[in-house]
Design a protein around this ligand. Sequence first.
Ligand SMILES: [Zn+2]
Ligand SMILES: [Zn+2]
Length: 357
Amino acid sequence: MQLYNNLSAKERAELIEEAGKDRLTISFYKYAKIGNTEIFRNHMFLAWDSLEVLGRIYVAHEGINAQLSVPAENFDKFKAHLDTISFLENVRLNIAIEHDNFAFLKLKVKVRNKIVADGLNDDTFDVTNKGIHVNAEKFNELIEDPDTVLVDMRNHYESEIGHFKNAVTPDVDTFRESLDLIEEDLKEHKEDKKLVMYCTGGIRCEKASAYYKHKGFKNVFQLEGGIINYVRQTEEEGLENKFIGKNFVFDQRRSERISDDVIANCHQCGEPADLHTNCANEACHLLFIQCESCKEKMENCCSSNCMEINRLPPEEQKELRKGQGNSNDIFKKGRADHLPYKKDLRNIFESIKTKKN
Ligand SMILES: [Zn+2]
Ligand SMILES: [Zn+2]
């Protein structure tokens, strides 16, 4: 029985091309108690592999979080399979706005401690005691309310290229940091303010809303299905779309354009730009925003140092990397000091303070 991929990403890309089938990019999550994660994982792998599903799926005792791509012609079978699993019956599927047949090239189903790295101790609160889910229409109404504090629960490199108008966008690298920041800033307003949250697909808000309720917040709301589902709903129902810029996504597409506004800047020259790139130097891979002209000038690198290294023959680069360990920059995501135009959002919480008065 084959329980793992044995094709390389390149072989897979060739296969997809040959098959010429349209694929749907889908994400879903569900918090549920899963006893034997290993058995569950194997079951999902076998079923999905046979439907040519590709993607990145995390399974933990707290539930499942899946980003995947499904051949359009197998979608009904895929859905039918989900419906055979009690806690996944009728689970909400977020279907991407732009499809890319190459969004994922492998099927990876991994057993993890958590489905979202949250840094929280689960025993302290009940993640199923969540906030009120609101649809796009209700969300639009809520965020116009002067008593609402709208918070973006994503990380700085996500909100930097796109967010809802008037949202507070904490300058954080982790979910855990933003939970604390928001609580501290709103501690006097647990009862009188409406805390409205959103994230990419809803999974982070679901945990955050349960956390804030546990911490005594009385009015906690979350955007059902996140930005992905919101955009779809506004299109289908002809509602005003209050999201500006691009939605950062976690597959090879990197982002989906929602409005024409370019709200970020090239981290190297400061010109308007909102395209994320990873530094081409294998030993760096820093995630940062780079405009077309800097891309050309800097040869896809984040610094002249990386550019020099990147010009060396691959063998020499390998030699240089030996014993260096992994660069931390992969996780710093645009925080390197040599990028002069990375926005410092640290003072953005001032906006909450003005709203309080
Ligand atoms: Zn530039
Ligand atoms: Zn670099």
